[in-house]
Write a protein that binds this ligand. Structure first.
Ligand code: HEC
Ligand code: HEC
Ligand code: HEC
Ligand code: HEC
Ligand code: HEC
Ligand code: HEC
Ligand code: HEC
Ligand code: HEC
Length: 503
């Protein structure tokens, strides 16, 4: 390992020596690149990067991008050859060559195999880019995208059903799987059906092979195409080699009533993962989907676009609202100044539309939505208390049986399951909206008018079966804001556990 480090470092130093001038200073102006200033030279490959190289590549030396062009000028039928498209990128202009990402290529150029060049799955790791893009990488490391959901990388758990947990969940929960099986194929022009067929054809062993290499949920190359400038510009209209558009109002894959999709292929850099996975507010779906809420943990795009909740019988209003139309949508608020932690900055993300004096309105909206959701929950509990589900001729006084059966305490699940048919559709509509708003987790901000509308509709539904109204503010004499937050959080946690009963 030590020896390899030295060899590769030496080769980099030689080859890159001439590029020093070009690279030096390119990180100026708060730019993204960490370039070690002279006299040390450009960044050397880190031990972490070198550890990714396959055995067959060890000891190889650098041959330069022109050599790769001999063979990788035209391998892909549907798109421009890699070398050609790469040569039009900023990377080419700054002499970031094939081997900066794929490692030294002498052995591969002599006898090409996939065993002597850095390729899938390890090429998808963010550290490949993190060698140079220090600040973006440091940000990304602090985001949830840098982690994997624990259960989903546990072989004992996943091994029970790799066709479900890998072939389905990994489309959004595993960077190497997603890059190789979905993103890359879309970028070379494969259709969703072709992608689905290819994934279905993978053997259990091939699926399980993604477990030990899944470290990140989403890495740099789920969002960035490493080889080409794309037509998808950032919100300032600048090239950022983005794989998908940052803005869309497309709902083809998520319109209510469409069958759940394993993955969506509508063109949106966040929404192809952050969508509710087939959330369907139709009565027929609410009558049959009684185990758990019918939306995945990730219905933010649906909320932003105002689709997926039970909307009542009034005139059809499309809630495409002020925040739906923020330039860059998700990226405007979640990537202020291009930063990659994905958390909102109330200072930067809301300007210039709002002033700092507006900040209290965000807090006020959140508190109000939390309270209204909690009040809706209490109302459903009160309704349940009055029911005689155990048929003993009197009200059960049990607050839990309004809920989906997988979310009630374990000892009541079998009873809850048997009585789902006796829960009126009005309660099913109300609980759908309750979970739809809760699960989005922005507590109103993603789409304030739509959020309020869904809570109103839920309350009208409960009115129509005579469930007594309650005044949300009156609850505050009995429970604190913190207790309310805890109760909502507990519902989110129960939903998380139920995700593993997923389709
Ligand atoms: C002499 C022709 C030749 C040269 C030169 C060459 N390659 Fe390759 N490369 C191939 C062939 C053929 C394959 C497919 C090997 C296989 O499937 O076993 C390949 C595969 C690859 C792969 C893996 C693709 C995959 O689908 O997993 C990468 C990455 C790659 N080459 C990068 C490079 C880089 C970087 C260079 C320059 C340092 C280079 N190649 C130079 C012929 C070449
Ligand atoms: C900025 C880093 C970077 C540079 C520079 C780069 N690659 Fe890649 N390459 C990647 C990553 C990451 C992947 C996997 C993601 C993907 O397939 O889109 C990949 C995938 C590939 C593949 C396999 C997929 C395919 O399209 O066949 C080949 C072959 C390849 N690169 C060759 C090259 C060649 C040749 C060059 C130089 C002309 C080059 N790469 C430059 C990062 C890079
Ligand atoms: C060897 C260093 C190096 C590596 C490795 C590297 N980059 Fe870069 N990258 C650069 C430089 C230099 C620039 C141009 C800097 C500038 O514009 O200030 C750049 C620019 C970019 C840009 C802006 C493109 C544009 O047109 O403005 C993106 C996006 C990017 N890199 C993504 C990546 C990704 C994703 C990877 C990993 C697959 C990667 N880079 C790997 C050095 C590198
Ligand atoms: C269409 C993309 C997509 C698919 C497919 C998908 N998920 Fe998710 N999942 C997400 C997104 C995005 C989030 C993060 C949402 C958030 O944090 O608000 C998430 C969050 C989760 C969480 C909560 C994680 C946490 O740390 O709180 C669990 C658990 C989960 N998913 C399980 C699964 C399981 C199990 C499957 C397969 C049966 C699956 N997911 C399939 C997109 C998807
Ligand atoms: C979840 C998607 C996503 C991931 C993951 C991601 N990026 Fe980005 N990246 C974006 C978007 C969107 C932009 C454009 C943001 C903007 O300027 O509004 C961007 C912009 C950039 C830029 C250009 C910044 C500038 O201001 O010129 C660089 C460089 C970059 N990303 C590198 C990386 C690197 C390196 C990683 C991994 C460590 C990474 N990105 C991971 C989505 C992503
Ligand atoms: C490849 C799928 C994928 C893409 C693309 C993606 N995400 Fe995520 N994102 C996830 C998953 C899965 C999680 C949850 C991970 C976990 O809990 O471990 C997540 C987590 C998050 C979180 C943290 C949620 C929390 O509960 O703390 C935010 C915020 C977020 N993503 C925003 C974005 C934005 C903004 C974009 C687009 C620029 C984006 N994501 C693109 C899959 C994705
Ligand atoms: C108008 C600004 C805005 C837009 C646009 C926006 N968000 Fe948000 N988002 C927020 C705010 C504010 C929160 C609450 C987070 C907080 O208080 O830290 C939030 C919360 C979230 C969360 C839960 C995060 C957590 O920490 O619990 C996720 C995930 C998320 N947003 C993803 C997205 C995605 C994906 C999009 C695009 C479909 C999007 N957001 C569009 C402002 C926005
Ligand atoms: C692209 C411009 C834009 C951005 C960015 C934006 N907003 Fe708004 N927001 C609006 C407009 C327009 C309204 C409607 C007019 C009003 O109520 O001020 C609004 C309304 C609101 C409301 C009142 C909603 C209601 O109906 O009660 C809150 C709260 C809010 N925004 C918070 C935020 C927060 C927090 C952010 C940043 C995370 C943000 N907004 C980002 C344009 C924007």
């Amino acid at each position: 390992m030590k020896r390899l480090n030295w060899i590769v470092f030496a080769s980099f130093a030689t080859i890159l020596g001439a590029w020093l001038i070009a690279l030096y200073g390119c990180g100026g102006g708060g730019g993204p690149i960490r370039v070690t200033p002279a006299p040390e030279g450009p960044p050397s490959p880190t031990a972490e990067f070198l550890a990714l190289l396959p055995e067959g590549q060890r000891g190889a030396t650098f041959v330069g991008s022109e050599r790769c062009a001999d063979c990788h000028g035209g391998r892909q039928a549907q798109v421009e050859p890699i070398y050609v498209s790469w040569s039009q990128t900023k990377h080419a202009k700054f002499n970031v060559g094939c081997e900066h990402c794929h490692g030294p290529g002498s052995k591969h150029a002599e006898a090409p195999t996939t065993e002597n060049i850095l390729t899938y799955p390890n090429i998808t790791r963010s550290i490949v880019c993190g060698q140079c893009h220090g600040p973006s990488y440091e940000d990304h490391k602090r985001s949830k995208h840098f982690e994997a959901v624990e259960e989903l990388v546990d072989p004992n758990f996943v091994g029970s059903n790799p066709r479900l947990y890998v072939a389905t969940c990994y489309r959004c929960h595993s960077s190497p799987f997603r890059v190789e099986q979905v993103d890359h194929k879309l970028s070379v022009g494969k259709t969703r059906d072709e992608i689905d067929t290819a994934i279905t054809a993978l053997t259990n062993d091939q699926l399980m092979a993604y477990l030990p290499v899944t470290h990140e949920t989403a890495s740099c190359v789920n969002c960035h195409d490493p080889h080409r400038n794309t037509q998808y510009l950032n919100k300032e209209g600048k090239q950022a080699m983005l794989r998908y558009a940052i803005q869309s109002t497309d709902t083809t894959d998520i319109a209510p009533g469409t069958p759940p999709k394993q993955h969506t292929t509508f063109n949106h850099i966040c929404a192809h993962c952050h969508n509710g996975r087939g959330v369907n507010p139709a009565d027929s779906a609410l009558e049959t989907g009684t185990a758990r809420p019918g939306m995945h943990y990730s219905n933010q795009y649906n909320m932003l676009l105002g689709t997926g909740g039970v909307e009542g019988t009034g005139p059809v209003v499309r809630y495409i609202e002020q925040h739906t139309n923020a330039p860059g949508q998700c990226t405007y608020c979640h990537m202020p100044n291009g930063r990659h932690i994905m958390t909102v900055s109330y200072d930067i993300s809301c300007a210039p539309c709002h002033t700092p004096a507006d900040a209290y309105r965000a807090q006020a909206l959140r508190s109000k939505i939390e309270l209204d959701l909690y009040a809706l929950r209490v109302r459903m509990e009160n309704w349940a208390r009055q029911q005689d589900f155990n048929n003993d001729g009197q009200p059960d006084n049990d607050p839990d049986l309004w809920n989906y059966w997988a979310l009630v305490p374990a000892e009541k699940q079998s009873l809850s399951r048997t009585i789902q048919g006796r829960i009126p559709i009005q309660v099913k509509r109300a609980r759908h909206n309750y979970y739809f708003v809760l699960r989005d987790e922005s507590f109103g901000i993603h789409n304030p008018p739509y959020t309020r509308h869904l809570i109103n509709v839920a309350n009208f539904e409960l009115d129509s079966i005579g469930a007594p109204r309650i005044v949300p503010e009156a609850l505050l004499t009995r429970v604190s804001r913190q207790q309310i937050r805890n109760a909502l959080q507990a519902d989110l946690e129960r939903m998380k556990a139920s995700a593993f009963l997923d389709r």
